[in-house]
Design a binder for this molecule. Structure first.
Ligand SMILES: [Zn+2]
Length: 268
């Protein structure tokens, strides 16, 4: 055998040994999936995976936190059906046994969304006021309102699908989390007006990859997070995260972390 082959086998063995050392750990992980969102909430051996990023990278990142013998993901949640949140979930659905798919049945015509809806049947529709239970922990859905369907789906809030993102809040690990999906200012304003977001949070997953159309100053003042997470790919074509938003964070004493700089951001 050549020494190169031996080296490769050794690396492979090390990789396998590493995978077997992964244990369940209570945590929230903002996964670095490039340009997209994916957040793993793990409580004991129960997982909630919120979005899956744009491609199969999610599988590799998940394997760093979900033990190799645990092939069940109890819940996956699609905040909204844009590809940078949805496509990775399709990969997860193929390779894991998924308990329930939680989603907000918004009207949107997209090939991957259609594929999801046509090929699976373990859905639960959720909206404002619903809760997701992970053992004794409750995750609250703050937005959007699950209005009446027209032709099988709920019309968009203002013809901007980002504003139909599921917004989640919960307390875990001694911290209050607020996950905004791709929400932009129009929906933030309504949430503030209606008192849906009316307190302080420790960790904010800032809306829409920290673009300048999200995280208004009024919103930041109300939420006053200690830490904001920007889930974004390097040098992305939309200019996320926006320098304006990052400046606002600094102005309001909000520390921030960007996934393409930090890699996976685990809070435990
Ligand atoms: Zn997005």
């Amino acid at each position: 055998m050549g020494s190169r082959l031996i080296k490769n086998i050794l690396w492979l063995l090390l990789g396998v040994i590493y995978l077997f050392t992964v244990k369940h750990e209570d945590s929230v992980v903002f996964l670095d999936v490039g340009q997209g969102d994916s957040i793993l909430v793990q409580k004991g051996d129960i997982q909630l995976l919120i979005d899956g990023g744009p491609d199969e990278k999610i599988l590799y990142e998940l394997s760093k936190y979900v033990p190799i013998y645990d092939r069940k993901i109890e819940y996956i949640l699609l905040t909204h059906p844009h590809d940078d949140h949805l496509v990775g979930l399709l990969e997860v659905l193929e390779r894991y046994d998924v308990g329930e798919i939680l989603y907000y049945p918004v009207c949107y015509d997209n090939e991957n969304y259609r594929y999801l809806l046509q090929n699976y049947d373990n859905f639960r529709e959720i909206g404002q006021g619903d809760t997701i239970r992970l053992k004794d922990m409750e995750i609250e859905v703050l937005w959007p309102v699950l209005n009446k369907k027209e032709k099988g789906c709920v019309p968009q809030f203002n013809n901007n699908l980002n504003n139909d993102s599921l917004v989640l809040s919960f307390e875990f690990l001694g911290k209050k989390f607020l996950l905004m999906g791709d929400i932009e200012m129009e929906a933030e304003d309504v949430m503030l007006r209606d008192g849906l977001v009316d307190g302080e949070y420790n960790v904010l997953k800032a809306g829409h990859h920290c673009s300048s159309s999200s995280s208004s100053e009024t919103f930041l003042k109300m939420v006053s997070p200690e830490l904001a997470i920007c889930s974004a790919g390097e040098a992305n074509s939309f200019g996320h995260p926006s320098s304006e938003t990052l400046q606002n964070f600094s102005e309001y004493n909000v520390q921030y972390l960007v996934t393409y700089e930090k890699g996976n951001i685990q809070i435990k």
